[in-house]
Design a protein around this ligand. Sequence first.
Ligand code: NDP
Ligand code: PYC
Length: 341
Amino acid sequence: MSGVALTLDDVRALARRVLRAAGLAEDHADAVAETMVAGERDGCASHGIYRLLVAANTIAKGKVVRDAVPILSEPARALARVDGKGGFAQLAFQVGKPALIAKARACGIAALALNNIVHFAALWPEVEALAEEGLVALAFTPSHAWVAPAGGTRPVFGTNPIAFGWPRPAPAPPFVFDFATSMVARGEIELHRRAGKPVPEEWGIDAEGRPTIDPAAILDGAMRTFGGHKGSALAAMVELVAGPLIGDLTSAESIAADGGAGASPLGGELIVAIDPAGFLGDAVLEHLARADAMFDAIEAQGARLPSSRRYAARSRSLAEGVRIPDKLYADILALEASLTR
Ligand code: NDP
Ligand code: PYC
């Protein structure tokens, strides 16, 4: 079997070590390492330990504040805001999450804006954590302008993920989906480039606007939105609600601020949480059971729920650990050696 076998504790220790060696403050290193462990544990390679290379580059280029102290404010009864002060998003979310949960329970619906954060991560850990608190959750963030609008050839949008979490009665885990509004996450194209593998032609175009299966040519050209004009409209929505609506950068502004450094996107994230009891009162369980009937109808015909693959990967990884591609592991160790020389 190829790859290096690691326990999740090994992955956590490696991630913390490299992030600390790169100069990240301890509280950030712990929060960032946890998101990489979650990605690796759940079989999401594009947002697992591979992100150490991305985060280290962002730190080295001076594009993230290593010891930022996120500041929480409460602009209205149902609104919370965290100014991440230029640090990675994970600590900002940790700071804002209790306020978001309390406000959603008090008002029925609440929103949290994370501003001035550097974002390289998947969104499902956040909506899953909120759904585990019994809340319905939505999350959106722009990235860098890498994606052309449907009908165009030049990048305007980021890969702009949308994540959704829905609480289910135990023992079922929350219903969660989380996807880029581009055909795939950029991280997936980067992994194909590293592995020297071609990509499907519909993933993107080269710098001259021609279809290509060369991942490097797409990374230099433009990615495509999923679902044609529909994905394009959703990508625009993400730009709007997690950019101008919360006073933060669009993907075009983020890549301009990057100035060619190749660092992770800088900007904002919007997270909305809804307490089902706000609408339903004591009838919550009855209506959540009706939602579960829909999930059963999906699975009864052999279709799968989003996140079922991820939950299955989680069970396996918790029992058996994970395998990291040999080249990626070697690159991470070489990075660590270069940082500790
Ligand atoms: P995928 O296409 O891998 O998966 C998208 C979602 O669809 C997942 O919830 C997945 O569940 C589900 N899914 C996949 N196949 C099926 C199926 N056959 N039936 C039912 N559900 C299915 O995701 P993307 O490549 O679009 O994005 C990957 C990650 O990248 C996301 O987590 C996203 O947050 C992150 N990202 C982050 C960005 C940022 O700016 N921070 C930007 C862009 C992406 P399952 O996991 O179980 O397979
Ligand atoms: O994979 O598209 C991506 C991505 C962008 C920011 C974080 N992940």
